[in-house]
Design a protein around this ligand. Sequence first.
Ligand code: UGA
Length: 435
Amino acid sequence: MPRPTLSVIGLGYLGATHAICMADLGYDVIGLDVDAGKVEALANGTVPFFEPGLDELLAKVLPTGRLTFTTSYDDIAEAADVHFLCVGTPQRKGENAADISYVDAAVESLATRLRRPCTVVGKSTVPVGTAERVAEQFAHNEVELVWNPEFLREGWAIEDTLHPDRLVFGVTSERGEQTMRAVFAPIIDTGVPVVVTDLATAQLVKVAANAFLATKISFINAMAEVCEVVHADVKKLSEALSYDERIGGRFLHAGLGFGGGCLPKDIRAFMARAGELGVDQALTFLTEVDAINQRRRARMVDLTRELLDDSLSGRRIGVLGAAFKPHSDDIRDSPALDVASRLHRAGAHVTVYDPAALANARRDYPALAYAESAVDAAAGADAVLHLTEWPEFVQMDPEVLGAVVNRRNVVDGRNALDATRWRAAGWHYRALGRP
Ligand code: UGA
């Protein structure tokens, strides 16, 4: 089979990474987005978001001519053999369900233009049943539909794309499977396991994975709540659990909990879909997973208040971290900014610093104050809050920060600072789930 030409529809964290990586593997790739600014930036060699290594990889593949960008569906319909659907499926405003209007719009734009046989590969995270509906849209074309969920993590997007834990191909025919095996051959040949399923299972694998990860995080955060009452140490508890291989230590870090554009909205959309399907009871535990996660944010605010003699009004608070996790500039449902906003609403003067997410935070949270460094954010502070565990915060010298604050109070929302070192430097160190 000659090498297929690929298109990638939707150039966000997922699509842009996929397009750049597939071009790096040697494919001709056309990236499409309806946002002309994004297309222009990428064509000029700028990744419109922060993802370690992606700028360099784009700079490497652009000169080969294999990677081009467009806003025109006519271009991709004519040129590509395999179309990857990578548009976002955010949470609907005021509801738990996912908004799949971007999927619907992309499918319609493509379906009305296809004049040649091709394969459409869904990568977007969708409510189960969407793929079957999409397949109907293409029924009149010679189109093979495949569902291929994506498991990449922001911050490790390139690594996860080129060396995934597994590939899942939801197919309806032998031909669909063969096309996927051919397209992903460079990755499969490195020994990556392939699981071939039907369409429904492939869609479910994705939301089940995110539901499991969210549950694991909320489990350890529930243990943190108990630890707080009996003065136990959740970090030690987690470490002790992690040596049991059946449990494992990954995603067992207690702290401020999960945020981002995926885990929170995916568990809610999964519950909403289960309700539509009449199996809501199967997923009611996810309501509790969500509630535990939200309670951590409230607890962080309470802990800060306790530390500041039961009053937040007029207190100066330096916040380290705005991104929902380190190595990302993504602030969607960021626990750090949620806590910062709650403190601000309670009357505190909050100054935020983040190594990558400042521009996004300034745009979406204009009421907060911002600083260009950790030291500047902490200047004059009555308390410093560590809310996103960037390496530069974890490695920070507590003496340097101690020299600029008003009071040496620190709350470690990510259980990542060296408590002994901070205490030795005269700080009153508090953390979630630890004495
Ligand atoms: C998540 C999944 O991990 C990916 O596999 C999936 O592809 C992606 O969603 C998606 O659906 O697109 P991501 O949102 O990039 O990836 O972030 P994670 O690394 O999963 O972290 C999520 C949140 O959990 C962060 O706020 C992080 O700080 C928090 N977390 C993570 C904890 O609080 N404790 C942990 O032990 C681990």
